[in-house]
Design a protein around this ligand. Structure first.
Ligand SMILES: Cc1cc2nc3c(=O)[nH]c(=O)nc-3n(C[C@H](O)[C@H](O)[C@H](O)COP(=O)(O)OP(=O)(O)OC[C@H]3O[C@@H](n4cnc5c(N)ncnc54)[C@H](O)[C@@H]3O)c2cc1C
Length: 365
């Protein structure tokens, strides 16, 4: 997104990626452009600006698969419905385009939802993109902008200097600004700076403030025969998103034990080929597992099947992803100056796919 926003400003861009193709959080996520759950104030404003930018970027790069399909968060209990009603009464509900619906209203908006539930919260401001193909689609637009864009896959940045970066093959790349977007890699090129500046939540005396990593489990089914007109969340998601921090939130009954143990919420997005991306879990303590846990998947598949009111197609893929997240401060992501003309931008957490265009825009302000 930094490359896209830089090219939009007419800047020449050299884009280094250590892998042959992006393999980080940006290709592993749901592709949810998620306005609904954002905290009131600057976080919501950043997400709304990003939503606007996504739409215009996708007009240039339709392969990103952007669609303004909105989301439905489904209530399976009166307590969940009460939280939704309170959230929909807040002053910023209009910006999120919130509407509380009855069970019939939910089915009218998204007829694929044929399970048992009491109602739901419709957020028309949410949208969807296709994470597995968004990066190549953006690069295809970047390449069409002329000779000012150079893509260098298989080039790992290993050393910085003022206004410059050296790749592992020994070549220096210099410019007015170097932006390090190294994701959840806390060693490597950003490592010494992160350690020396005390930016990590694990640093002595950090007391939980600063950057940490979070690992999530995901899966994707074979194509589902029906068409989902919105993305879907279950009531557990009310516990994870700050938009739902309303007076009745503490009245929610405890989560199912397996969901609580895995910090799970159901998020479900239908991909353009009809398959369903389903997640997620949250693991905060390192070292992370190197394997995926089946009990968490069983829970998420059961929840999805209960809301759709039908058996799900066979799972075709399972994976885990790690993002970096800034914690314990009011910052929405981490930006710091590494050297003159070199900045590090990371830590957007679970809102990175949503907010990336607006974060990149702020880099060039
Ligand atoms: C499972 C999962 C689901 C998520 N769902 C959503 C969602 O639906 N909506 C949402 O808003 N957010 C979501 N997120 C969060 C979002 O995906 C991340 O915040 C965002 O993608 C982070 O982008 P990034 O560019 O910082 O990191 P990454 O996408 O990880 O990219 C970092 C890249 O830098 C490369 N790299 C690292 N070091 C070097 C080096 N030295 N030289 C060259 N290249 C290097 C890596 O190879 C990698 O390609 C999710 C995250 C995960 C893991």
């Amino acid at each position: 997104m930094h490359a896209v926003l830089a090219r939009r400003r007419g800047l020449a861009v050299t884009h280094l990626e250590r892998e042959p193709e992006g393999r980080g959080a940006s290709v592993r996520n749901f592709g949810l452009v998620w306005v609904s759950g954002r905290r009131a104030g600057p976080e919501l404003a950043l997400a709304l600006r990003a939503r606007e930018l996504w739409e215009s970027i996708a007009a240039d790069a339709p392969g990103t698969g952007f669609r303004p399909h909105g989301s439905l968060t489904i209530a399976s209990s009166q307590a969940e419905l009460a939280v939704m009603r309170e959230a929909a009464d807040l002053p910023d509900a209009k910006q999120r385009q919130f509407e509380v619906l009855s069970a019939d209203g939910v089915r009218e908006v998204n007829p694929a939802l044929q399970g048992e539930f009491l109602g739901g919260l419709w957020c028309r401001a949410d949208a969807i993109v296709e994470p597995r193909v968004a990066l190549p689609a953006l690069r295809s637009w970047l390449s069409s902008t002329g000779p000012g864009y150079e893509w260098l896959p298989g080039h790992e940045a290993v050393e910085t200097a003022a206004n410059g970066v050296r790749d592992h093959l020994g070549q220096w790349h210099r410019g007015d600004l170097v932006v390090l977007c190294t994701g959840a890699n806390f060693t490597g090129i950003a490592g010494p700076h992160l350690a020396e500046s005390g930016a990590l939540a694990s640093a002595p005396g950090a007391e939980g403030r600063g950057l940490r990593r979070v690992r999530l489990q995901m899966l994707q089914t074979l194509p589902f025969p029906g068409r989902l007109t919105t993305s879907i969340a279950d009531g557990d998601s009310l516990r994870y998103y700050p938009a739902y921090n309303v007076p009745s939130l503490p009245s929610l009954p405890p989560q199912a034990a397996v969901a609580a143990a895995n910090r799970a919420q159901l998020l479900l997005v239908q991909r353009l080929d009809g398959s369903l991306t389903i997640g997620d879990t949250h693991e905060y303590d390192e070292p992370f597992g190197f394997d995926v846990k089946e009990d968490a998947y069983d829970h998420l598949l059961d929840r999805a099947s209960a809301l759709l009111g039908t058996a799900l197609p066979r799972v075709q893929r399972r994976w885990a992803g790690v993002y970096s997240e800034v914690t314990g401060t009011s910052a929405l992501y981490h930006r710091s100056v590494v050297k003159p003309g070199v900045v590090l931008v990371t830590g957007p957490g679970g809102r990175g796919m949503t907010c990336s265009p607006a974060i990149a825009e702020e880099t060039f302000l």
